[in-house]
Design a protein around this ligand. Structure first.
Ligand code: ADP
Length: 398
């Protein structure tokens, strides 16, 4: 039997999955997702080189909730890879609270803690927990491993961990957690492997996707990030507002008479690129729209990234590299160019030809700091952790 690990990333109405061969360094065999769980679900999957791409509508009963969606995924994987045996399942979990600084085997105690943390990430954590419970039911023998988006940032210096609120709130867990940690960990490990001197230095990573954040990393450790208590802070995103003055909330509630749920909905789902443009949350659509509203949304996105870059470089005491990842960071040469142009004062000089050809290093040979594109891979970070923890458990049992 081929030892494999399944990685799961359960969202509100989606279940993303990957299958890795873990007989050696984890190698991806399949990737896919079920979307529109609870509605009119669709399955999309890519089952490796030799097998055809799968994309089809599912009967509503085959993905009515995360449990049935997982059963549908497993049926597909079992028929495609009959010789595979998953003894460990890795989960992306958005919130690990103040104490989880590394992936954890999910015990009853860990599960209780994840549930206790749900109010800190009410839009994501309950779905992550549903994913773990579905996997526990489907693989009662398997080890479940939780990998946290917050963990990479848990060594922030205190000044980057607090809000200037009354002290008791820090103890109640109101802290600057930071997110996208699995992506930052991947990029940082890639730098360690391919550019060790850069890894040892001062790096800002810009994870620019539908969700977007930036992180200042010093010698492989997160020092500061643009996301704070929730994944709402910092940069504008597809539909999330990023940083706003909290006074706006009071105004909407007290003067406009909106409920807190309405305000939350505006901040999470109607703002960002979508809200500003009034057109789309999708950068490709905005880039080709050619109308002032779309351009204004892009202008704001670029402006906030440049502003945060300055702040993070100050937090790091300088800059040795700026690294782009995420759907926009990896693909949009126009956005990268707009971010980097005129930043020679901070040591960044973009090579336009390299940028246009999407190579890994896109700065000139004379640029004091390097500009790079490193396609991220959060799933492999989860698969590596799952493998590591499962072999640790086997060793302990043996
Ligand atoms: P998520 O945060 O959901 O994982 P992704 O990392 O997949 O999101 O990023 C999605 C974003 O990347 C969308 O705004 C999409 O328009 C953008 N994107 C993908 N490819 C391109 C491209 N070639 N040019 C510009 N933007 C792109």
């Amino acid at each position: 039997m081929l030892p494999v690990t399944l990685t799961l990333n359960a969202g509100s109405s989606s279940l993303k999955f990957s299958l890795f061969d873990i007989s050696g360094e984890p190698a991806q065999m399949a990737i896919g997702l079920v979307e529109n769980i609870g509605g009119q679900p669709r399955l999309k999957a890519n089952l490796g080189d030799r097998l055809a791409r799968v994309e089809r509508e599912l009967p509503a009963t085959e993905a009515a909730d995360h449990t049935s969606a997982l059963a549908t995924v497993l049926a597909l994987l079992r028929s495609s890879f009959p010789g595979a045996k998953a003894s460990v399942v890795g989960h992306r979990v958005v919130h690990g609270g103040p104490h989880y600084t590394a992936p954890m085997v999910v015990t009853g105690q860990v599960m209780a803690e994840l549930k206790r943390l749900s109010p800190f990430a009410p839009i994501h954590q309950p779905h992550n927990i549903a994913g773990i419970e579905a996997a526990q039911a489907a693989f009662p023998e398997a080890l479940q491993v939780a990998c946290f988006d917050t963990a990479f940032h848990r060594h922030h210096p205190k000044a980057n961990d607090v809000f200037a609120l009354p002290r008791e709130y820090y103890d109640k867990g109101i802290r600057r957690y930071g997110f996208h940690g699995l992506s930052y960990e991947y990029v940082s490990e890639e730098l360690k492997r391919t550019a060790p001197l850069i890894h040892a230095g001062r790096v800002v990573v810009a994870h620019l996707g539908n969700g977007a954040s930036m992180c200042g990393i010093l010698g492989g450790r997160s020092v500061a990030s643009t996301m704070g208590f929730t994944a709402l802070d910092g940069l504008p995103m597809g539909t999330r507002c990023g940083q706003v003055d909290p006074g706006v909330i009071f105004y909407m509630v007290q003067q406009e008479g909106r409920s807190i749920d309405e305000v939350r909905d505006i901040f999470y789902t109607k703002s960002g690129l979508l809200g500003l443009s009034g057109i789309s949350n999708d950068m490709r659509v905005l880039e080709s729209a050619g109308v002032p509203e779309a351009n204004e949304a892009i202008d704001y996105f670029v402006f906030r990234i440049r502003r945060e870059l300055g702040g993070l470089a100050a937090a790091l005491g300088g800059l040795d590299a700026l690294v782009f990842c995420g759907g926009i960071g990896e693909n949009s040469r126009k956005i990268r160019r707009r971010i980097c142009d005129g930043l020679d004062w901070i040591g960044l000089e973009l090579d336009h030809d390299r940028n246009d050809s999407n190579t890994r290093v896109i700065s000139t040979d004379f640029s004091r700091a390097r500009i790079m594109v490193v396609p991220t891979n959060e799933e492999i970070v989860i698969a590596r952790a799952a493998k590591r923890l499962s072999s640790g458990t086997e060793a302990a049992a043996g």
